[in-house]
Design a protein around this ligand. Structure first.
Ligand code: PGA
Length: 250
């Protein structure tokens, strides 16, 4: 069984001072964190400060995005090697907000995964359907295409799949535990047919309006091996309540 993974995605939030304060407040609140992997994804500007503040903890650091070239004339972009240099072990790729607002395609996502794996970053690869796609009964087709293109040529090592139904992100509408379980089962089957035995080490986590109130019922479900938390990760007390969930642990 894989260890559970809980990721805080801060999105476009927190100054340097707020980052330091969050970590100082959060670290004493978490219990038994050894049996869980905890990752925090601050904005680029806070990565190095977070890296210093997390030094004597086992909390890991992630970026929220990366560019696929290693260097060159790409104003505004940050490479995978730069993320490693700033202290990251993880990177979130293909988040639906990047697909929606920044026109990221599955092909771009695939290049970013490739570039990140070359630098040995663990990739948190986000996939998920929109409300319209779900209502048209196309959820599994959408997931299949995102997986097929996104993971083309990518080995299973250090890949995490984050299933994030777009209609559940930031809306307060969580997928029901059974909707999450059904999608996770589909993803697990797809991974097994693609990677064979190697699929076992790919963790599948859920994201979309996760809160301290619904974490137990989500984590109870088979194939839900962790969560990606946006809004509820911005306050140290609420993120700590999520990390300290009472349910099953791997
Ligand atoms: P949310 O965001 O928890 O605020 O819905 C989750 C995410 O976008 O990763």
């Amino acid at each position: 069984m894989n260890k559970s993974l809980i990721v805080a995605n801060w999105k476009l939030n927190k100054t340097l001072e707020e980052t330091r304060r969050f970590i100082n407040d959060f670290v004493p609140l978490i219990k038994n964190s050894r049996d869980i992997d905890i990752v925090i994804a601050p904005p680029f500007t806070s990565l190095y400060v977070a890296c210093l503040a997390l030094k004597y903890t086992n909390i890991m650091l992630s970026a929220q995005d990366v560019f696929y070239e290693d260097r060159g004339a790409y104003t505004g972009e940050v490479s995978a090697a730069m993320l490693v240099d700033a202290g990251c072990s993880h990177v979130i790729i293909g988040h639906s907000e990047r697909r929606q607002y920044f026109h990221e395609t599955d092909e771009i996502v695939n290049k970013k995964i490739n570039a990140s794996r070359r630098q040995n970053l663990t990739v948190i690869f986000c996939i998920g359907e929109t409300l319209a796609e779900r209502e048209q009964g196309r959820t599994f087709d959408v997931l299949k295409k995102q997986l097929e293109v996104g993971l083309s040529g990518i080995a299973p090592e250090n890949i995490v799949i984050a299933y994030e139904p777009v209609w559940a992100i930031g809306t307060g509408k969580t997928a029901t535990p059974s909707q999450a379980q059904e999608a996770h089962e589909y993803i697990r089957e797809w991974l097994t047919s693609y990677y064979g035995d190697g699929a076992k080490e790919v963790r599948i986590i859920y994201g979309g309006s996760v809160t301290p109130e619904n974490i137990n019922s989500l984590m109870e479900r088979k194939n839900v091996e962790g969560v990606l938390v946006g809004g509820a990760s911005l306050r140290a007390d609420s993120f700590a309540r999520i990390v300290n969930f009472k349910g099953r642990r791997f």
